[in-house]
Write a protein that binds this ligand. Structure first.
Ligand SMILES: NC(=O)c1ccc[n+]([C@@H]2O[C@H](COP(=O)([O-])OP(=O)(O)OC[C@H]3O[C@@H](n4cnc5c(N)ncnc54)[C@H](OP(=O)(O)O)[C@@H]3O)[C@@H](O)[C@H]2O)c1
Length: 287
């Protein structure tokens, strides 16, 4: 199957289709009438999509997932410090199987050639004629979904970080998905990396204030030191990963994420959602 300049854009394999960005990308693609193969380890059925079993660590699942796909949305294996080890062999197979366009989910904190997905980012333009690397800032859904921040807000009314008063251009996962859909289906692929943010940079104190206002339940931001955060996290995960997450908070404290970009507006034609809008959508009881 080939990518055509207009009309039918073929079939997208969405890897991580049950996750925060993959589920939204799948939903927006199918709502727009595009064919989707929704890949996850349990081949979960999602509305309007064809489920397919896929495991980064089981190459025997690659062939059936790639069958008929001409483009792919790539969520790296979660928590793997060297995702390129499993992703690059898959991407070579994908190219051989007829995939022409690849859109990789990376992070604003990870430059081309950097750690984690950075090595895949560097390889992507050499593998595919059409490509994009999405580099979102921190997700707004970290405070509303199943992330540790959301759990600690619900259970204890606190957000624990070592980010101090550093600000972050938090971005809505719906907006990441909207950009992913354009990057996957527009006639011309971006062929570049795209740093995605929301409309404003907010501190975690600002987030606590907005969650308090929206839910009516008091939420406070506890400022931890880098070492306090690392030691807390190390009780829950490998120390190497805990150290990396604590270092990311320190980078926020130092201003690394204090920026906004116009990428969501430029690719989708509408402004990105604010954190207040997302909190009202996802934290207020319905019905
Ligand atoms: N959270 C943030 O603030 C933030 C900011 C910037 C970038 N990011 C990046 O976002 C990525 C996470 O993306 P996300 O939030 O969309 O994902 P997510 O919600 O963590 O979901 C992960 C997805 O991957 C699937 N998965 C897990 N292990 C797998 C395996 N071995 N093989 C195949 N699929 C597997 C899961 O499906 P099943 O379990 O059903 O198989 C699920 O669909 C990370 O790479 C992170 O670096 C996050």
């Amino acid at each position: 199957m080939t990518v055509t300049a207009t009309g039918d854009v073929g079939t997208t394999l969405v890897i991580g289709a049950t996750g925060t960005t993959g589920s939204r990308t799948t939903a927006q693609l199918t709502a727009a009438g595009h064919r989707v193969k929704a890949a996850s380890r349990r081949a979960t059925q999602l509305p309007g999509a064809e489920p397919v079993r896929f495991d980064w660590y089981d190459p025997a699942t690659f062939g059936a997932a790639l069958d008929g796909a001409d483009r792919v949305y790539l969520v790296p294996p979660v928590g793997d410090p060297d995702p390129a080890a499993v992703m690059l062999p898959f991407l070579h197979r994908a190219r051989a199987a007829g995939v022409r366009r690849a859109v990789l989910l990376s992070s604003s904190a990870v430059p081309e050639g950097g750690p984690a997905a950075g090595a895949v980012h560097r390889a992507l333009p050499g593998l595919f004629e059409q490509w994009a690397v999405l580099r979102p800032s921190w997700f707004m859904q970290n405070f509303t979904g199943t992330h540790a921040h959301a759990d600690s807000i619900r259970e204890h009314g606190v957000i624990l970080t070592a980010a101090g008063t550093g600000r972050v251009g938090f971005v809505d996962a719906d907006d990441i998905a909207a950009v992913a859909v354009h990057a996957l289906t527009d006639d011309r692929a971006p062929d570049t990396d795209l740093v995605l943010t929301g409309p404003e940079a907010l501190s975690h104190d600002d987030i606590a204030t907005i969650v308090t206002q929206v839910t009516g339940r008091p939420v406070t931001h506890h400022h931890l030191t880098h070492d306090e955060l690392r030691d807390r996290l190390a009780a829950l995960m490998p120390r190497e990963f805990a150290t990396m997450l604590a270092a990311m908070d320190r980078a926020i404290a130092d201003g690394a994420e204090d920026r906004t970009t116009d990428t969501v507006q430029r690719l989708t034609g509408r402004p990105p959602h604010s954190f207040r809008t997302v909190a009202e959508r996802e934290l207020t009881p319905r019905g």
